[in-house]
Design a protein around this ligand. Structure first.
Ligand code: ZN
Length: 170
């Protein structure tokens, strides 16, 4: 039985992530954005492990110390995401991004989720206007002012993409 997301070094990574959080306390987001991000940070949606997931991937951002594991249960017939969960440790931006992502992709098809990853990535990298992003995810658009943190916001999404792509080959 494959045990996911329980690597012993995660404690160390957690400490690193907390240190880097302290270094970035100057992160100057508007109050509204900060509230949304801190709400997801405090109360992450769909946090935990999925039993019998069909898709999973893990990724690590050495710049900040963020680690994310994404697990999905995709219906093989309808290709819809029936359940989703994430685990990991890292800065507020990364954990909030993962939590918002887990809410966003609820009941999406694999194709829809892949499109959403692309849209979010393009918006974060200024290939699309920030206005093309709605809901809580809009709060992460403020992170664009801090190029070094863009990776933190994108990590859960690139991990989701990897999970979806790997799964489709099985
Ligand atoms: Zn980070």
């Amino acid at each position: 039985m494959l045990k996911l997301c329980t690597k012993p070094e995660s404690f160390l990574i957690g400490r690193n992530a907390m240190n880097s959080e302290r270094q970035h306390t100057e992160l100057d987001l508007s109050d509204l954005y900060r509230d949304i991000i801190m709400d997801h940070r405090r109360d992450p949606r769909h946090f935990g492990n999925l039993e019998n997931c069909s898709h999973h991937a893990e990724a690590y951002n050495p710049v900040c110390g963020d680690r994310v594991c994404v697990q999905l249960k995709v219906n093989p017939e309808t290709r819809k995401i029936e359940k989703q969960a994430f685990e990991g440790e890292g800065c507020s931006i990364c954990m909030a991004s993962a939590s918002i992502m887990a809410e966003e992709i609820e009941a999406m098809s694999v194709g829809e989720a892949m499109e959403r990853v692309q849209t979010f990535r393009d918006a974060m990298q200024d290939k699309l206007p920030s206005e093309s992003i709605e809901g809580d995810l809009q709060a992460l658009m403020g992170v664009k002012k801090f190029p070094v943190r863009i990776k933190c916001a994108l990590l859960p999404w690139t991990t989701l993409k990897e999970a979806l792509e790997k799964g489709s080959k099985i």
